[in-house]
Structures are given as C-alpha cells and as structure tokens.
Ligand binder design. Structure first.
Ligand SMILES: NC(=O)c1ccc[n+]([C@@H]2O[C@H](COP(=O)([O-])OP(=O)(O)OC[C@H]3O[C@@H](n4cnc5c(N)ncnc54)[C@H](OP(=O)(O)O)[C@@H]3O)[C@@H](O)[C@H]2O)c1
Length: 249
C-alpha cells in the first residue's frame, strides 16, 4: 500500500487531496499546522501530523514520524493582494518562507529516502498565475514561479534515480480559504494612486460567470502526477487553468 504525505490539509485543496487518496486506498499522512483529525473521514489508513513548513524542527519531526513515504505533495501556501510598491517586505518574506522555502526545505528532507529507494514522486502545487501576468499578486506570483523553476531543474537531477517531480497549477478557486487568508495581507484600497486599480481587479475576482477551479480538479491533477509516470511536468488543474495553459501554449 502506498503512502502520501500532504502539507496544508486543514482546508481547501490539501483537505480534498487527502480525501481523494484516502478514498483510493492509500495511506495518507495529512499534515497541518494545527492537527485536527475530525476534518477527515475516520480511517485506519489516515495519520494526522503537525507540520509548519516554515519551521525546520517541525519539518524534521514530521518527516521522522512519517517514516517511509512514496509521494510528497507540497500544497501549503498563501497569497497577498497588494500593489508591488506597497506590499510590506515582511509580507514578501513571509510568502516566500511558506510557499517557496518551506516547499524546498521539506522536499530536501524527503529526497534522501526517495533517492536511496530509487522511487518517489514530489508534487508541488503552484498556480496558473505563473503562466500569465496579473496585477496585485507580484510577490505571490514570484514565490510560485520560483517553485516552478526549482522543481523543473530538480526533476532533471532526479531522473537518474527513478524519482519524479511535477507541478500542479490550479486556477482560481473561490471555495477554499485562500481568498479569506489573502485578505489579511491586502493593501492599496486606501492609497490614492492605486485604489482604482485595486477596485477594478477585485471586481474581476467577483465575476461569477468566469470559469473557476474546484478542489476536486486539483486532487485529480495531483493523483495523475502521483500515479502516472507519463504525466507531464506541468499539470493545469481546473477549467480556467486549462484554458490559460492552452492560450500560452
Ligand atoms: N484557491 C486558489 O485560488 C488557488 C489558486 C492557485 C493555487 N493555489 C495554491 O493552492 C494551495 C492551497 O490553497 P487553498 O486554495 O487550498 O487555500 P487554503 O484553504 O487557505 O489552504 C491553505 C493551506 O495551507 C496551510 N498553510 C499555510 N501556511 C502554512 C505553513 N507555514 N505550514 C503549513 N501549512 C500552512 C493552511 O493551514 P492553516 O489552516 O494552518 O492556515 C491551509 O491548510 C496554496 O499553495 C495556494 O497558493 C490556490
């Protein structure tokens, strides 16, 4: 029986990815900053472990407690909506600490076992916004584009060991806690120079007629990456992400 370790399982995509793998008879190690087993269906194949990807000691303890795993899914992350000029540098650092350095650090902690066993898959959840420029998310986009670049180079190094790495690029998913969490880091509405742009962009975000991504789309894409060795490096997830990927070619 195969084992997957997933980060950021308290809500949204991470929670759905955990449910998806549990329903397909995998052993699931669902990690959360604040562990709560009751968000997932009870199962003998489920373990919930504490993991804050920005904390090296938390990474060490979680990887040790997890034991051998077959697939690592780096899903934990958050965004901030702010003009590049106004986003506090402390916020930029926080975004990179979680989205970029957290992903890299956990991957480095898991890779030795994959390399020694000559098997394993790393799936990094980034974003379809890395495919196309959008205003107000410069820092977030940069943090995810960095993971794309890191993962693509890493995959070339790991091929010789039979270890795979893939990127899942979701589109906009209004049903997760992402927007609510990003809201806490919002800037610009009270700024004379940028308020108009911020209002326009937020109006576009509210457009309910545009295609969106569901958590299930992301779970399916992660499953594809984990189980199909012929899956591509970049896997768009969701109707909007697939349309963008087709647009940029
Ligand atoms: N929703 C979208 O529109 C969208 C689109 C493209 C890509 N994404 C990406 O998809 C991933 C999942 O987002 P989501 O939409 O499911 O949002 P979400 O519901 O806010 O879930 C984010 C998860 O990340 C966790 N997390 C945040 N910081 C963490 C840390 N330092 N260590 C461990 N876990 C941490 C959160 O845990 P807590 O409960 O402890 O905060 C939460 O479980 C993120 O990487 C996001 O950037 C989202």
């Amino acid at each position: 029986m195969k084992t997957v370790l997933i980060t950021g399982c308290s809500s949204g995509f991470g929670l759905e990815i955990a449910r998806y793998f549990l329903a397909r008879d995998w052993q699931v190690i669902a990690t959360m900053r604040t562990p709560r087993a009751d968000v997932l269906p009870p199962s003998e194949r489920l373990r919930v472990l504490a993991l804050d990807v920005t904390d090296p000691e938390s990474i060490r303890q979680a990887v040790e407690a997890a034991g051998p795993i077959d697939v690592l899914v780096n899903n934990a992350g958050f965004g901030a909506a702010s003009p590049a000029e106004l986003v506090p540098i402390a916020t930029v650092r926080e975004i990179f600490e979680t989205n970029t350095f957290g992903t890299i650090a956990l991957t480095q902690a898991v890779l030795p076992q994959f390399r020694q066993r000559k098997a394993g898959v790393v799936v990094n959840v980034t974003s379809s916004v890395t495919l196309k420029a959008l205003p107000l998310i410069a820092a977030y986009r940069a943090s995810k584009a960095a993971v794309n670049a890191f993962t693509e180079s890493m995959a070339m190094e790991l091929e010789q060991f039979g270890v795979r790495a893939h990127l899942v690029l979701p589109g906009r998913a209004p049903d997760t806690r992402f927007a609510e969490n990003a809201h806490a880091h919002m800037h610009g509405l009270d700024n004379e120079a940028y308020a108009g742009l911020v209002r326009d962009v937020f109006a576009q975000f509210q457009d309910t007629s545009a295609p969106v991504t569901q958590a299930q789309d992301v779970a399916e894409a992660v499953w594809h990456a984990a189980t199909d060795p012929s899956s591509p490096m970049r896997i768009p997830a969701g109707a909007d992400a697939k349309a963008w990927a087709a647009e940029v070619g």
